[in-house]
Design a protein around this ligand. Structure first.
Ligand code: SIN
Ligand code: MN
Length: 267
């Protein structure tokens, strides 16, 4: 799927681009159907919230679930990344589903992803980005992602390693800086149905609140990096910061529909 020049310009200007309904209801039913079974698994890649047994994230899912193996190579997700990062040689730095579980989903503190990629993984430059796919509706109540528009233009900002607030260590920003940035740029929280995608720059400042609603806010994140920008420190487990820099080989656009059709006829 190719982005238009106008969409590329919006991304460059704002630091993010929201595209509703990129995947069909049929494709999303296939993806959502895998979720309870994956989150129920006891394995290192499935991490729980700090104060409950609710799943927080499932990492590296493309290596242990055949449906997500296809999603990780889907042209509607990978091709826009190639355009925005200016290279057709991208690898998957990180691949995770954040559960933000009904009633239990905890916060993600204010941060820039490149701060963590730089400080933990020694990624040379901010030539990596996130493509988020909504696996469930994100609405104003269930802890949608919040962005400070245009904050990516400030480059990498100072951050501290927070290992206590949640079960996932993160390089986060202080309240004073966030207050100043919000005063200048405001906050947006793109919301929409499952199948929507949200592309955002590695230096865009973002966060999300907790989820007090009965609606889990499942979001899948592909963190794509240019192969010529591969990480140089292998401190985090490979299922959090991938060390296989093989370029992603895209699948046909109808791969999920075909898979669902074959599964139905085999049943
Ligand atoms: C992240 O910033 O990596 C996750 C934020 C969220 O899922 O709310
Ligand atoms: Mn992030």
């Amino acid at each position: 799927m190719k982005l238009t020049q106008e969409q590329i310009a919006t991304f460059q200007e704002e630091g993010y681009l929201f595209l509703p309904n990129v995947f069909t209801a049929e494709e999303m039913a296939l993806l959502a159907g895998e979720m309870p079974g994956m989150f129920a698994q006891e394995r290192p890649e499935v991490i729980r919230e700090k104060d409950s047994k609710s799943p927080r994230s499932a990492f590296y899912v493309q290596t242990w679930n055949p449906v997500y193996e296809m999603v990780a190579r889907h042209p509607r997700l990978v091709e826009p990344g190639m355009q925005l990062l200016g290279s057709d040689k991208l690898y998957m730095h990180q691949f995770k589903i954040n559960a933000k579980a009904a009633f239990d989903g905890a916060v993600w503190q204010w941060h820039q992803d490149y701060a963590t990629w730089f400080n933990d993984d020694d990624m040379p430059a901010p030539n990596a980005m996130n493509i988020a796919l909504f696996l469930a509706e994100a609405n104003e109540f269930n802890g949608p992602l919040m962005f400070i528009p245009k904050s990516h233009r400030l480059g990498r900002l100072e951050a501290k390693h927070d290992v206590t607030t949640t079960s996932y260590p993160l390089w986060t920003m202080d309240n004073e800086t966030i207050a100043r940035l919000v005063n200048e740029g405001g906050i947006v929280a793109p919301k929409g149905p499952p199948g929507s995608i949200l592309l955002f720059h590695g230096n865009l400042v973002h966060a999300s609140g907790c989820n007090l609603t009965p609606w889990s806010r499942w979001i899948l994140y592909l963190s794509l990096n240019r192969c010529d920008n591969a990480i140089r420190r292998f401190k985090r487990p490979a299922w959090i910061a991938n060390r296989d820099f093989t370029p992603i080989d895209m699948l046909p656009d109808d791969c999920l529909v075909e898979y669902a059709r074959k599964r139905r006829s085999a049943a």
